[in-house]
Design a protein around this ligand. Sequence first.
Ligand code: G3I
Length: 378
Amino acid sequence: MKRILPILILLLSSCASQKHYEPTLKSALADKFYIGTALSPWQLTGRDSLAHDVITRHFNAIVPENCMKSMYLQPREGEFRFRDADAFVRFGEEHDMFVTGHCLIWHSQLPDWFFVDEAGRDVSPEVLRQRMRSHITTVVGRYKGRIKGWDVVNEAIMEDGSYRKSKFYEILGEEFIPLAFQYAHEADPEVELYYNDYNMYFPGKREAVCRLVRELKARGLRIDAVGMQGHIDMFGPSIEEFEASINAYAEAGVKVMITEFDMSALPSPWHRSANISDTISYEQRMNPYTQGLPEAVSAQWNERMMQYMQLFIAHADDITRVTLWGVCDGNSWRNGFPIRGRTDYPLLFDRQYCPKPVVNQLIEELTASNKRARSKRK
Ligand code: G3I
């Protein structure tokens, strides 16, 4: 009995024993946009049956949280490792999902060799172009016809609209972006191509990204969508700020994808007051919900998440996919960023994989409005 008790408690407190909510997120949103989640390799095995159930029942789009980044795919020049990425794509196919690749060119999670020669000096523009072409051609070519869209360039523009001073920029200048799009298109002419970035609601960044979209198009290069990451919190951005950017990108002539959505429920260090001298009280203040989210905060979180979902639904003509950056609170990167070791609550499913109130509310409202629309058509 001693051994069985914890399992019993876990089962009773989990959603496994509850009636499954029908319809699911993906069926309720079917005529609006794809609803996606980011996955890690361990989630593909199916061994975690609760995770597997939520992923396959509620989501119809997936993106790899890490395994397709260049440091994992090509840790040494010419040495590609595709095991996890292959499993990821296979999983998407088996479950008939919209599979996105993330990401081809990013200054972060990049192998050390990418920018330097054997002596550790920066490579020439010619060599960097050749390395970019080889990486993109090999990776995009491998999944040709199986991956539906790629985040081609990630996080290259700053909030004020200037270019990030990454090594790509230092060595190749602004040209590295059009080159990346060109190489990706050559490797798979059918695949959709995206520019993806965070803080996309900042006016400076918005203008620069719109300019970039127009320039790529003017040069005859393919760009299908702009990815707005959306790692937001309870303090910002406002719905209006976010909406202004959705409108601006759509007007620039591309679709919009909400690519990495999550909303921290915790105090933000970016909004803290100065002069924090007592470290322990600071740590407690910044990590206040280790024992669970208080009702009132949970209600505020669900309300704000609902407002965002309603915003996306209102723009469903322009938005083709909304992807959450993770499945449940327990495995979100936000538990470790920007402060390590916190207990955060940023996703649609809680630590027991139970849907949060916003999920059920969303499904109920959509089901009712879908029903009304159907009976009007009759
Ligand atoms: O691979 C190592 C593993 O060998 C080691 O045992 C483990 C120990 O901590 O670390 C593993 O690497 C971690 C990696 O995720 C894979 O789990 C890194 O430490 C960790 O820093 C890395 O974080 C990822 C982060 O990108 C890196 O910048 C997050 O999981 C991932 O959610 C996050 O995703 C990015 C998007 O790609 C782009 N937009 C922003 C978003 C959030 O930062």
